[in-house]
Design a binder for this molecule. Structure first.
Ligand code: SF4
Length: 448
């Protein structure tokens, strides 16, 4: 057996998604999603030794990283870039898992497995509908779209690519409550790393169940990491800080999805109440919890990035505590709201401002990716798509694009007032069922 193409994930990890699908890991890239099974209809134990997982193990043992799953790691490693597989294989529990690899049966199954790393995104339950997100990951997005679609005929939806794309995502209900928590109880003594994401993990009862259980068992050695919108640090009478205080700083971190401040944040991440989010951040910073911004950058916020970095630094910094703070930037790749919708001159002006930022003052990760995005030429089709998309999302909002992000008025003027043109088209398309109460609501919000 060659160990050169082993990744410990198929022997030690599950990545659980809001529709119930279980994936080998969140880095999987291939022609389509490789699904190991679905926890709505199978137990995690069944999935862990079912054929899709067994095949992955057999391939890796045979010295091959499966291209239909592991393309990202294959490409990173070809370019000599540290890959997620390398990261997985250097976890403290990796030697134990490598021994298990040697005990794998010829059909790829294993006995006495230990699921060491849980990546839990098991519901799309969320109180925000962020511009760059979609219904797969937000129940509020789903709810908003369903309200729009009540006013549109099937023919209208079917004849429009964008409407059809979203309609196909809101048909099935996602998991709101995990049907079987038995595997949690069974494997909680083995787990070493847990990543809580979503949806919004701090709204999910299952998160609090696990946190309480770990706390009661004294398993503060388990590394816990969150991706949260910071709207809630308490839930149903439970306070996060009462638990998190018991974890060593090295074993707990919170990535806060903060892309803007004030009213701009309330527009970009619709559902945000900025004073609450700000208060929650300050509470965690004051309690010396490791919390840092994980900031998505699209066309809608990149031009203010230099100022935003200053504001985030002020908000998250802990002058008296030695906890490293980084502002983690993630370029948004959705074609319609990607940085490339902006005129080249605007992008270059932003780039020049960013180049002046003192990296020593602001440790920022992936700034180079944002600079790369700023150098890509404008995609005018995407500029049109931006106004079409955003005018649709604005249909049920009280604050609309030009109220929240006035700089886009100039862009709209350059292209002949696309926003109003598209908005009028949406209103026409929404007229079909104008007698329904939802239609009346939407009409009043449009015209107010
Ligand atoms: S090799 Fe990479 S993509 Fe494949 S399971 Fe491991 S980390 Fe995930």
């Amino acid at each position: 057996m060659t160990k050169s193409k082993i990744c410990i994930h198929p022997w030690s990890h599950v990545n659980i998604n809001p529709n119930g699908d279980v994936w080998p890991c969140c880095h999987q890239r291939g022609p389509e999603m490789y699904v190991l099974g679905n926890f709505k209809t199978q137990t995690i134990e069944e999935i862990f030794n079912d054929e899709p997982m067994r095949k992955l193990r057999r391939d890796m043992i045979a010295g091959k990283l499966p291209e239909e799953v592991c393309m990202k790691c294959i490409e990173y490693e070809k370019m000599d870039i540290f890959s997620p597989r390398m990261e997985a294989n250097r976890q403290p529990y990796a030697p134990e898992i490598m021994k298990l690899v040697e005990q794998t049966k010829p059909d790829g199954s294993i006995e006495n497995f230990k699921i060491k790393y849980w990546d839990l995104r098991w519901s799309n339950k969320c109180n925000m509908a962020c511009i760059m997100c979609d219904p797969d990951w937000s129940s509020l997005w789903t709810q908003n779209l369903r309200a729009h679609y009540k006013n549109m005929s099937d023919e209208v939806i079917e004849s429009d690519g964008m409407l059809k794309h979203y309609r196909d995502k809101i048909g099935d209900d996602k998991v709101m409550h995990v049907p079987d928590m038995g595997w949690i109880d069974k494997h909680i003594h083995d787990v070493e790393n847990i990543y809580f994401a979503g949806g919004e993990p701090l709204l999910m009862d299952e998160h609090w169940y696990i946190l309480e259980k770990l706390d009661k068992l004294g398993r503060h050695d388990v590394k816990i990491k969150y991706n949260t919108n910071m709207s809630k640090i308490e839930h149903l009478g439970k306070k996060g800080l009462d638990y998190w205080r018991n974890w060593p700083r090295s074993h707990m971190s919170i990535e806060a999805s903060i892309d803007e401040t004030g009213e701009r944040a309330e527009y970009i991440r619709s559902g945000t109440v900025w004073p609450t989010v700000e208060k929650n951040i300050r509470t965690l910073v004051d309690a010396e919890v490791k919390v840092q911004p994980n900031t998505s950058i699209g066309a809608y916020n990149v031009m203010r990035l230099p100022e935003l970095l200053e504001e985030l630094w002020e908000l998250f910094k802990r002058p008296n505590v030695n906890i490293p703070l980084r502002i983690n930037l993630n370029p948004v790749l959705n074609n319609w709201c990607r940085i490339h919708i902006l005129p080249d001159e605007w992008k270059q002006n932003t780039k020049q401002k960013l180049l002046k930022i003192q990296q020593a003052k602001f440790p920022v990760t992936k700034l180079e990716k944002i600079l790369y995005e700023l150098d890509r030429p404008q995609n005018i089709d995407a500029t049109h798509a931006f106004f079409r998309h955003i005018s649709f999302l604005d249909l049920n909002k009280h604050t609309t694009l030009f109220d929240a992000l006035p700089e886009f008025k100039e862009l709209d003027d350059m292209y002949g007032n696309l926003y109003d043109k598209f908005k009028n088209e949406w209103i026409e398309k929404s007229n079909y069922k104008r007698h329904s109460s939802t239609s009346a609501d939407i009409h009043s919000s449009i015209h107010n």
